[in-house]
Design a binder for this molecule. Structure first.
Ligand code: NAP
Length: 293
């Protein structure tokens, strides 16, 4: 079994980006600038945004964190987004999800300038991705593709089973794994909560990408010998032995599934760090595209 070490690969990517930024500085060019909007005080969201800001510092990007109270109205958020859309200094920005219930998430994501949509959530970018056009690929699926590529995991002609059909992971992943190209070119089955006999489906898979958010959902008996396992799940499970009172669990019963897998991502240290690295890559792309306009 080979561990798909997202921590190591994401560090390699950050080093590559940092080297590019250092060259920009030598040439006297403006460095990429990523902004993040966070609404409210959700602990997990604050942690994610803080790690994105830290990653920006690490590679030499500029970063701006916009914190808004949980009582922020939809109109106020839309106004803030318009400000960032119009701010020439900012190359890309993200809106940390989930948003409070008074705000319509779809309306908000639609209001982001597609050329600054480094999360790749705008329908224009999602549509381009589905049509194999160059665009921002959502960071988590992009990170999974990068992991498969850097470990030279073969995907052509394989049967990939994706568990979960969210707009940010499962759905785009199913499109990307089925596209003509590499990584891709596999035959994809997209499963969800209404799927019947899921074990029958997963046990035929060469590659399983699990993104449902149910700790230890994928058990050894659901997996065939030699399968490639990508665990996207990140769930906080109460654990009194930990200083913060919880531990992070993936969707996969790692201890037992890893005995059958050919490649597997750990949680933490697998897909999670890749997501942040690919957000940086998308910001770099946004900056480069702006300079070409
Ligand atoms: P989500 O919006 O929470 O949706 C979960 C999906 O799983 C839905 O499509 C749901 O089906 C499906 N599902 C739920 N129970 C199921 C079951 N028993 N059998 C089969 N499918 C089932 O998904 P998400 O936002 O993609 O998040 C999934 C997990 O990935 C979470 O743990 C999240 O924290 C994690 N995540 C990690 C990263 C990272 O960087 N590593 C990034 C994003 C998300 P229905 O559509 O039928 O409801």
């Amino acid at each position: 079994m080979i561990l798909l070490d997202g921590k190591k690969v994401s560090n390699d990517i950050k080093n590559e980006i940092a080297a590019e930024v250092a060259e920009m500085k030598v040439r006297g060019e403006k460095v990429p600038h990523l902004a993040a909007i966070i609404v409210g005080n959700d602990g997990a969201s604050l942690t994610y945004v803080a790690s994105k800001v830290k990653a920006c510092e690490r590679v030499g990007f500029e970063s701006t964190m916009v914190r808004l109270p949980h009582t922020t109205s939809e109109l106020e958020l839309l106004q803030k987004i318009q400000e960032l859309n119009a701010n020439d200094d900012i190359d890309g920005f993200i809106i940390q999800l989930p948003l409070p219930s008074q705000i319509n998430t779809q309306k908000v994501l639609m209001s982001v300038d597609p050329s600054k949509d480094v999360d790749g959530f705008h329908p224009e970018n999602f549509g381009k991705m589905a049509l194999d056009m160059s665009t921002f690929i959502p960071a988590t699926p992009f990170g999974i593709l990068e992991l498969l590529e850097r470990y030279n995991v073969q995907t052509k002609g394989k049967h990939t089973v994706v568990i979960g059909r969210s707009h940010i992971v499962g759905r785009p992943m199913s499109i990307l794994m089925g596209r003509k190209g590499w990584p891709g070119n596999s035959t994809v089955t997209l499963t969800h909560s209404a799927t019947k006999n899921i074990t029958q489906i997963t046990s035929q898979a060469d590659i399983i990408i699990s993104a449902l958010g149910v700790p230890n959902f994928l058990k050894a008996e659901m997996v065939k010998e030699g399968a490639v396992i990508i665990d996207v799940g990140i769930t906080r499970v109460p654990d009194e032995t930990k200083p913060n009172g919880y531990r992070i669990s993936g969707d996969v019963d790692f201890e037992n599934v890893s005995k059958k897998a050919s490649y597997i991502t750990p949680v933490p240290g697998g897909v999670g760090p890749m997501t942040i690295a690919m957000l940086l890559k998308n910001t770099l792309l946004a900056r480069d595209q702006k300079r070409m306009m």
